[in-house]
Design a binder for this molecule. Structure first.
Ligand code: UTP
Length: 426
């Protein structure tokens, strides 16, 4: 098959003809596939994102806002046992009614961790040798058993790790969880580019693409048909978390109860913990020009980062845990939100068009939507503060901070203490 002149001219105009480097070696069906991928690519947007990446090499552009205010939180660390039981009971009632589904975002590439396979298959070295997927599944099983009904579990993968993820669950008998209650869906992908602005090939017939960030979750949930399915089942809220916090409290009844009983028409809730110091590398909840949001640590002005209340607490201290509950109504709305792509400078492996060899470069550009950028479309957001050591043990790096070793230590420490005795009373 000859390349259509129109496609060739289009690639030439954008300086991207290297995508056809292996054209003559492809079978007809591979050629068709590559043409489809090229046709689907929005080269104008890619060009605009590349320009943004070059401009932002000194850091992400600052978001403009005129007024910064703190966002109040519900501090669960100071609630009495009775208050916790009441909230927990309300959440558990909602779960028993089938109001809540769980969603794990497991589409990331885990570049820093460097594990071969989906991050959820990673074994952090617990005595049980449970993978991150199994740890979450056990948590979900616990709440489901208490509620007397299995909670539907949606797992967002990328198109790259979809098959490996599904196979892993099959090989492990879905960890004993009802198979029909686990639903996998792939997220949208976007091409990555090398430092010279070129799109690259992952293989002779495929453009190198990466998942479009956890902010792509709302659109992917809708496009996959999962959102319709949830609504048909009468689900009203979705508990959302990442795959890499091994202390996440799946479908935490207290968290859900807090949203169910919140005053007003609050459609979303987010967990936070208090930052340790003003320079902590984490996003902070706040109000920007009246709207709830998260300000990255790189964006918060120093005087605000260091500001304290008269009681000595940080004014802007609530840190984003990546654990939320959204009403289904809010998810529909956020799926329409127009949010900007952020640039992530990450390792890229691709097929070099000139040599035909696989090469890895340390600094390629990937483009990601951030889930928290959608918050600016919400009127309000409930922030629920938790105890960091009880609920936050991220696995990001192969060693040192936020590694398997640190997460394992936190996990075992929590297990040994069994600090949430009140949970038995809900
Ligand atoms: P991170 O931002 O830590 O990314 O994701 P990551 O892919 O796990 O790791 P690095 O940055 O490449 O080293 C936080 C959570 O969001 C999910 C991840 O799977 C993780 O649970 N995520 C991230 C997605 O589901 N899709 C994405 O496109 C990005």
């Amino acid at each position: 098959m000859k390349v259509h002149t129109e496609i060739y001219e289009r690639l030439k105009a954008y300086g991207q003809t290297q995508l056809l480097a292996f054209w003559d070696t492809l079978s007809e069906s591979e050629q068709r596939n590559l043409l489809m991928e090229i046709a689907e690519t929005d080269f104008d947007t890619m060009q605009m994102l590349y320009r943004k990446a070059r401009e932002a090499s000194a850091g992400d552009a600052q978001r403009p806002f005129e007024k910064l205010e703190p966002l109040p939180c519900l501090d669960t660390t100071v609630l009495t046992e009775q208050e916790k039981i009441l909230l927990g009971r309300s959440g558990m009632d909602g779960i028993r009614n089938g109001e809540l589904a769980a969603l794990t975002m497991a589409g990331g590439q885990g570049t820093r961790l460097g594990h071969n396979g989906p991050k959820g298959t990673f074994d952090i070295g617990l005595p049980s040798r449970a993978s991150l997927f199994e740890i979450q599944c056990r948590g979900l099983q616990k709440v489901s058993e208490k509620a007397g009904r299995p909670i539907d579990w949606y797992i967002m993968t990328s198109t790259i790790n979809y098959a490996d993820t599904v196979c892993f669950f099959e090989e492990h008998g879905f960890f004993g969880y009802p198979k029909e209650k686990i639903h996998f869906f792939p997220q949208t992908m976007i091409p990555a580019v090398t430092e010279d602005g070129k799109l690259q090939l992952e293989s002779p017939a495929h453009i190198l693409r990466s998942p479009n960030g956890n902010g792509g979750m709302f659109v992917s949930l809708k496009q996959s048909g999962c959102l319709d399915a949830l609504e048909r089942q009468g689900v009203r809220y979705i508990f959302v978390c990442g795959i890499d916090n091994c202390l996440v409290k799946m479908c935490d009844p207290l968290f859900f109860g807090a949203l169910r009983t919140a005053n007003g028409n609050v459609q979303a809730s987010a967990k936070s913990y208090i930052k340790r110091d003003p320079g902590e590398k984490a996003g902070i909840f706040c109000r920007m020009d009246g709207k709830p949001g998260v300000l990255e640590y790189t964006e918060i002005p120093q005087e605000y980062a260091e500001m304290k209340n008269p009681d000595g607490q940080w004014t802007y201290g609530d840190t984003n845990v990546l654990n939320y509950i959204f009403s289904v109504e809010a998810v529909r709305c956020l799926a329409e939100a127009e949010i900007p792509y952020h640039v992530a400078v990450k390792k890229l492996t691709y097929l070099d068009a000139a040599t035909g060899q696989s090469v890895t470069v340390p600094q390629g550009y990937k483009f990601e939507l951030f889930l928290f950028d959608t918050f600016l479309c919400l009127d309000d957001l409930q922030v629920v503060r938790i105890e960091r050591t009880e609920e936050f043990a991220p696995v990001k790096n192969p060693s040192g901070i936020d590694s398997a070793e640190s997460a394992r230590a936190l996990y075992l420490d929590y297990e040994a203490k069994q600090p949430r005795k009140w949970e038995e009373k809900i």
